[in-house]
Design a protein around this ligand. Structure first.
Ligand SMILES: *[C@@H]1O[C@H](CO)[C@@H](O)[C@H](O)[C@H]1NC(C)=O
Length: 444
């Protein structure tokens, strides 16, 4: 009996020993094997190479999740990106068959050396970076760390073609401390794969469309130290439809209204001033969108200024015409007034002769009028006559062209023709600049 139990005990211990030697299925033994149980400060401090001349190759992939905001005023682009870095740690590798087939292991990020890669154009808050607290180890010593970030990068905008513009923004990755001999940056996937992944994943693009993403490896010498950079160039294109509808079409519409107002007979001035006011509202909107630091003035701004100037000039022209017509009116008036006054007197005299007879006729039928009532009636009659003559004179003024009226007609038609040619010319120019570039960008 006792012999049996000792045999069984021996068998169990033998099985235990053999299993711990053959394969251990806990992470603990692997961590013990890698000497990662306690904080192993050399592992987190030094670049993980056995010979210091070995260069660490860090592969870095960036995927664009979204274009959140493009701020023309501060010249920044806010994107949502995910980065994944991987590099080889020469001290951490194991044979997976010794550890029950464990091939990957996650350890806290701060236990291992992690490359100090930063983005040169980064202008975001530190709170916007969210690095994974863990890094993944594989049995051949490959370490990978990932993080996502709400990334605000500075980017020099070229706004000449606004709102038909494409922007080309660099996101430059580089090590803060290591030179090109210690650490170089490469990518895991090709740029084609990365841009297609970004295009598929992209959730929010706002008014922008991702056209292309290219990768440049860039090395340069700085104070006899060679530096290495990995540059992602993101090319984005604005979707211009909203600006076309809200800005460009109304502006053209105002120009056309202003052109059409040449055919208004009568009061033009208040109409034109209203158009000018409406344009200044649009100018205010535009001012909120574009920075004033631009060396090459955006086409849109010069377009607005052009419309404003055109309408302003046409107001001036209307004023000039009004003034000239006024001159014509006052010069003709003196002579006409004299004639009219004579007419009034003659007519009144004639009427005064007739009036009593009419009263007499009526008097036979109705009650006889008192002399004071007749006088009152006469006064009213006089007023009415004067008023009628006044209006008649106005009509005569319009019909009868004076010296200045001819001049006014010439000025008006010459100005209209020039205005019209200017509008057509500028339209063609804008069409060439804007649509030409837009179509060529679309094709790319
Ligand atoms: C991006 O970087 C490349 C390489 O340094 C440079 O030629 C290009 O001008 C940069 N583009 C922008 C928009 O800064």
């Amino acid at each position: 009996m006792s012999g049996l139990t000792t045999l069984a005990f021996l068998a169990v211990t033998a099985a235990g020993v053999s299993s711990s030697e053959m394969s251990d299925c806990s992470y603990l033994s692997l961590l013990t094997h890698l000497n990662l149980i306690q904080t192993n400060s050399p592992l987190s401090m030094m670049r993980p190479v056995k010979n210091w001349t070995t260069t660490t190759v860090v592969s870095l992939d960036m995927v664009l999740f979204g274009i959140l905001e493009v701020d023309e005023m501060s010249q920044t682009v806010t994107t949502h990106v995910q980065t994944q870095m991987s590099w080889r740690n020469e001290f951490l590798n194991w044979n997976s068959s010794n550890f029950c087939g464990i091939k990957t292991l996650t350890v806290p990020r701060n236990m291992l050396w992690v490359p100090d890669v930063s983005i040169q154009e980064d202008a975001s808050d530190t709170g916007s970076i969210q690095n994974s607290p863990l890094v993944t180890l594989t049995n051949d010593g490959l370490v990978s760390a990932s993080g996502r970030q709400r990334l605000t990068t500075t980017c020099q905008f070229k706004l000449y073609l606004f709102p038909f513009d494409t922007q080309c923004c660099n996101i430059t990755f580089g090590s803060m401390n290591y030179d090109a001999e210690s650490m170089i940056l490469r990518t895991i996937n090709s740029e084609v794969a990365l841009s297609s992944v970004s295009e598929q994943i992209m959730i929010t693009q706002g008014e922008w469309e991702l056209l292309n993403m290219t990768i440049i490896y860039y090395s340069f010498e700085l104070k006899n130290v060679s530096e290495n950079r990995l540059i992602y160039t993101v090319i984005i294109m604005r979707k211009p439809m909203l600006y076309v509808i809200n800005l460009i079409v109304p502006l053209f519409y105002f120009v056309i209204l202003d052109l059409a107002s040449f055919f208004i007979r009568g009061e033009k001035l208040s109409f034109k001033v209203t158009v000018l006011l409406s344009i200044s509202v649009l100018l205010l909107i535009l001012q909120d969108m574009l920075p004033s630091t631009e060396a090459k003035l955006p086409l849109m701004a010069s377009f607005c200024a052009w419309v404003f100037a055109l309408v302003g000039l046409s107001i001036l022209e209307t004023m000039l015409i009004d003034f000239l017509l006024g001159l014509d009116g006052c010069c003709g008036n003196n002579a006409e007034n004299a004639i009219n006054n004579q007419e009034v007197e003659i007519q009144l005299e004639g009427n005064s002769h007739k009036e009593p007879s009419a009263a007499e006729e009526r008097g036979q039928l109705g009650p006889v009028m008192k002399p004071s009532e007749v006088e009152l009636l006469m006064l009213i009659l006089e007023e009415v006559k004067v008023a009628r003559i006044e209006t008649g004179r106005h009509i005569k003024d319009d019909r009868k062209p004076g010296r200045y009226t001819r001049l006014v007609k010439i000025i008006d038609s010459v100005y209209f023709v020039l205005y019209f040619l200017n509008v057509v010319g500028y339209l063609l120019y804008l069409n060439m600049e804007w649509l030409g570039s837009y179509v060529s960008n679309k094709k790319e």
